[in-house]
Design a protein around this ligand. Sequence first.
Ligand SMILES: [Zn+2]
Length: 87
Amino acid sequence: MIIWGFRSRNNVLGQRVLNCPNCHRDAMTAAVQSRRWFTLFFIPLFPIGAKKTVAQCGLCGFRYQVDNERAEALYGPTGNAPVPTQV
Ligand SMILES: [Zn+2]
């Protein structure tokens, strides 16, 4: 018996202060990139479809899709967002 299926893998890109299109305030916004993978025996083998990036406003919770290139330019492609330095 072969067990196959699909699952989504999420990659948190980071957080950044952006102006929210819903509440129009500058808010800490978290971005998550997700992509569907084909799995065989629950092991992800290869990605299917396009990457999708969703950002969520930290103040009102509004979620909106972000252009992948724009999100990677803002947050970085590897998810290693720069840690804000505290004074
Ligand atoms: Zn908002």
